[in-house]
Design a protein. Sequence first.
Length: 539
Amino acid sequence: MPIGRISNLSKASWRLHYFCLFLALGSFVWGSGQSLIIPHVAVYNVGVLASVLVHPGFKETLGSPDAPVNGLITGVYYIGTWLSYIFLAHPAADRLGRRYAALVGMLVMSVGQGLQASAVGPGALAMVMSGRIIAGMGTGIVSTSVPLYQSEIAPPKHRGRFVVMNHVGFVAGLATGFWVGYAMTFWNNAHGQLVGWRFSLGLSLIPAVLFLVGIPFMYDSPRWLVEHGHNEIAMKTLQYYRDGYYSPDEVLTELDEIERSVASFKASGLTWISLFTDASLFARLWRSALLQFMGQMCGATAMKYYLPALLKALGLSPRLALLAGGIESTLKIGCTLVDMLIIDKVGRRITLTAGAAVMAVAMLINGALPQIYPGNINRVADFACVVFVFIYSFGYSMGFGSAAWVYGSEIFPTAIRARGLSFAASGGAVASVAVSHIWPVGIATIGSKIYFFFMAINLVCVPIIWLLYPETKGRSLEDMDVLFGGSPTVSMENLLDSDSERYIDPVPPPKGTTPNSGGVAGRRDSDEISIAGAEQYSL
């Protein structure tokens, strides 16, 4: 019996928000470790690395590395992610499932972090390099399995919101890493000089452990379950995620659509090799890979790793530079939350192109002002440069930082979604390696003129995205075949009035860690309906 009228985001909303935010903890580690190294858990690593690179104890342990070596320390991490994207991430996500792939990736990341934090003696540089590569491999697994997971459990109308939570975790980790680095500057006695940077890196293990403990209590992706023949378990899981959001009939419609899509792909005889041979699938692969490549070549890697050094060059002390980096990264959280709220309303293309335009303007200002006022002779100009670094971060958070992962996680068929996203993400890893070498050498040789190079990259991105990337907002994952030229089937969102009020019956959650078989009685059959005249993109 109906229990009353509800809005599109009510009962199931808290579940989806909770699970997707928890998954973002993986990115937190990634980001914090690179300000240290990991997306929530992963991002802590990114933010920490920026502070570790300028820490006196770190430089002393590694023999005062110069700019090329610092670039190598940064770059080898992305070699690890590239290797993972090509060889590890997709087998893990397909064979273990999205959640256990994320668990394995976090374990690998933690080993890499521990190896870096324990680097000592003549082999310290080798230990850091090895740890960076290993952490990068773990990051590659986590950074693909988490957005896949989020994308596959989210409803079409709000999928962008839930996948952007992954980037919320990343920037939160990035900010945490910067703040930890800033705090370490006050631990400036002999002991602090010796172990402060190790303590910073080791802190990422705390959110990593929380992630490892919590992930087994989550539920498998219903699409992965259908792909592996567990249709009844998939139905119970889908009921759990849609309770209060869809009616029981709508849940069955969505499940029927997933089953038809999976069965159709299997019957087609297509395999992962078809990503390179089938026109429809290759159209998705090159778009997603190019988007990831542009997302790093726009200069984001350089900004997040070298912001403290940049601010120091503008006349700020190392401590104040790290403080500014912490403030900038904290503001990114707010920018990403705004993107989370608007991406499903304005669409992926608008956020991507607007973000690239904003970043181009910021790069122009940061390149031009130091040329007009060399040698930090004008404090107003220096301050303006810092402000436009913040504006750049706003553009990145609203565009490539989140939307590139949303787009890549939603356009591939279920059977090859993990492999498609992994291959595409390797494009971003390649660009990150390139930028990690271009930036420090460019700053050392041509100074602020290097910003003009990245300005040009961002300007070129605008027409490419607008002309070549179809809009995906509001479409079900199974609808992407229609958009890119595959077998058209009608999605539940196209059959139902998305703004209508819905009446539902309460659906009990699955029991235990894995939902038991069984489910709504009276599974009904529905005919496949072709969509005539659908716009297709199969370049």
